[in-house]
Ligand binder design. Structure first.
Ligand code: RFL
Ligand code: PHB
Length: 389
C-alpha cells in the first residue's frame, strides 16, 4: 500500500487531521486498533473551545454541532455553598460549546465516509519504520494479513498508550510528568442537569463536577482514590457523595436516576518533547496528557492539528517544509500554557490525601479571591475559553 500521510489512531485527532488533509487533496490512510463502535462508545470530553468549534467548521463538520451543541456563556466554581460565576461572555466576549467528544467523532467518521477516506479498523501490531529517513513506512496486521504501507510522513494520533511516541529513541525525547494521587469517577445518567451551567466544586468532601450533554443527559464526576474500583460505587453511593460536594441549593434540587455509564480515569499531566522525530509527528494524547479539570485534552489535540495540517499540505504538495519544521516549537508553547492551567485548576479544586491544613485554606482563599476580583475571573475565563492559536 502507498499513501502520502499515514495516520496511526482514529480518535478525534487522527480523524480531524485526515479530514483536513483529504479536503486539501492529500491522501491519507488511518490505522485504528479498535472497532468504530468501540471508539464511539468512549465517553470523554464535553467542552469545546471557540478555536475547536472553528476548526471543526473548517473541516466541514460543524452543521450538527451548530444545531445540537449548547453554547455556554459561563460556568461556576464553588466552595461549599459559595458559588462564583465566571461570565465568559462578559469577560472575554466569547463562549464555549457543550458538545460531547462522542458526537465530534461521530460527525468526523460520517464526513470521512462521505469523501471516501481510508480508515482501517481492527489494525494490530503497528510498527513504524525508517521514520528518521526519507522514505518511512508502517507495517501492520489487518484481517490476518501483514501489510506494508509506504508514505511520505507518519503522524502518531494513537493516544497515550500508542506505539508512536515509543518509536522515538529514548535519547531523542524527554518526558515531563506529574501524576496526581486521585482519579475521577464519572457517571452518565438520563436526568435533567443539576444546573444550566457547569459547576466545578471544591468542598470539604473533595472535588465534584456537574456537567451535561443535553437537557436530558447529565455527566457528573467525583474525586476518588486511585485504588477505588467502579464496582465499589453503587449509584446510591455516587449520588450521596456528589450531593455532599455540591452547594446545598443545587444538591437539594438535583434529579438523580440510574447511571448508564460509570468509569474511573486517573489524573496525569504529561508532555513529551519534541513532537517530531524525522518524518514522524506526534499529535494529541500521543504527545501530552492533561488532567480533565480544565477541559483541555480534546481541545489541545485539535490545536495540535491546527499547527500541523497546513504544514503537511505544504510539505506534501510543494516540498515546502517550513510549516512542519516549526510545528513542534509552535504547538509546545500553547501546550505548556494549557498544562499550567489544568494543573492550577486541579490543585485549586481537589483535596490531596495527607495534605496539611494550610492547603485547604489556600483553596478557600483562591475561591474567595475569584469571587471578589474581576481580574482573577478574567484570567480564568481567558484560559477556559481557550488561548489564541
Ligand atoms: P485518543 O482519543 O486516545 O485516540 C487515540 C486512538 O488511537 C488508537 N490507538 C491505536 N491505533 C492503532 N495502533 C495502536 N497501537 C494504537 N494505540 C491506540 C486508540 O484506539 C484511539 O482510538 O487520542 P486523541 O485523538 O489525541 O484525542 C485526545 C482526546 O481523546 C483526549 O485528550 C480527551 O478525551 C481527554 N479526556 C478528557 N478530556 C477532556 O477535555 N474532558 C474529559 O472529561 C476527558 N475525559 C479523557 C477523559 C481521556 C481519557 N483517557 C485517555 C483514558 C477520560 C478518559 C478515560
Ligand atoms: C464533561 O462534560 O465530560 C467534562 C466537562 C468539563 C471538564 C471535564 C469533563 O472539565
Amino acid at each position: 500500500m502507498k499513501t502520502q500521510v499515514a495516520i496511526i489512531g482514529g480518535g478525534p485527532s487522527g480523524l480531524l487531521l485526515s479530514q483536513l488533509l483529504n479536503r486539501a487533496g492529500v491522501a491519507t490512510v488511518v490505522l485504528e486498533r479498535a472497532s468504530r463502535e468501540h471508539v464511539l462508545s468512549r465517553i470523554r470530553a464535553g467542552v469545546l473551545e471557540t478555536g475547536t468549534v472553528e476548526m471543526l467548521r473548517e473541516a466541514g463538520v460543524g452543521d450538527r454541532m451548530a444545531r445540537e451543541g449548547i453554547p455556554h456563556e459561563g460556568c461556576y466554581l464553588t466552595d461549599d455553598d459559595l458559588m462564583v460565576r465566571i461570565n465568559f461572555k462578559e469577560l472575554t466576549g466569547t463562549s464555549v460549546m457543550v458538545y460531547g467528544q462522542t458526537e465530534v467523532t461521530t460527525d468526523l467518521y460520517a464526513a470521512q465516509d462521505a469523501i471516501g477516506a481510508t480508515i482501517l479498523h481492527g489494525v494490530e501490531d503497528v510498527v513504524i519504520g525508517d521514520a528518521d529517513g526519507d522514505a518511512p513506512h508502517v507495517m501492520f496486521t489487518h484481517g490476518g494479513q501483514r501489510t506494508r504501507l509506504d508514505c511520505d510522513y507518519v503522524v502518531g494520533c494513537d493516544g497515550f498508550h500508542g506505539v508512536s511516541r515509543a518509536t522515538i529513541p529514548q535519547d531523542k525525547r524527554r518526558a515531563f510528568e506529574r501524576v496526581y494521587p486521585f482519579g475521577w469517577l464519572g457517571v452518565l445518567s438520563r436526568t435533567r442537569p443539576a444546573h444550566e451551567e457547569l459547576i466545578y466544586a471544591n468542598s470539604s468532601n473533595g472535588f465534584a463536577l456537574a456537567s451535561m450533554r443535553s437537557e436530558t443527559l447529565s455527566r457528573y464526576y467525583v474525586q476518588v482514590p486511585l485504588t477505588d474500583k467502579v464496582e465499589e460505587w453503587s449509584d446510591a453511593r455516587f449520588w450521596a457523595v456528589l450531593k455532599s460536594c455540591l452547594p446545598s441549593e443545587v444538591a437539594d434540587a438535583m434529579q438523580t436516576g440510574p447511571s448508564i455509564e460509570k468509569s474511573i480515569a486517573p489524573l496525569r499531566s504529561f508532555v513529551n518533547e519534541p513532537l517530531r522525530w524525522g518524518r514522524l509527528f506526534l499529535v494529541g494524547d500521543a504527545a501530552h496528557i492533561v488532567p480533565p479539570t480544565g477541559a483541555k485534552g480534546l481541545n489541545l489535540a485539535v490545536s495540535d492539528v491546527h499547527y500541523l495540517y497546513q504544514g503537511l499540505i505544504d510539505a506534501v504538495t510543494r516540498g515546502d517544509t517550513r510549516g512542519i519544521d516549526a510545528y513542534s516549537d509552535r504547538a509546545l508553547v500553547r501546550i505548556w500554557k494549557a498544562m499550567r492551567f489544568s494543573w492550577q485548576m486541579t490543585t485549586t479544586l481537589h483535596r490531596f490525601d495527607g495534605e496539611d491544613s494550610f492547603a485547604a485554606q489556600m483553596r478557600k482563599a483562591t475561591l474567595r479571591h475569584l469571587a471578589q476580583s474581576e481580574t482573577a475571573r478574567r484570567d480564568l475565563a481567558e484560559n477556559y475559553i481557550g488561548l489564541p492559536y
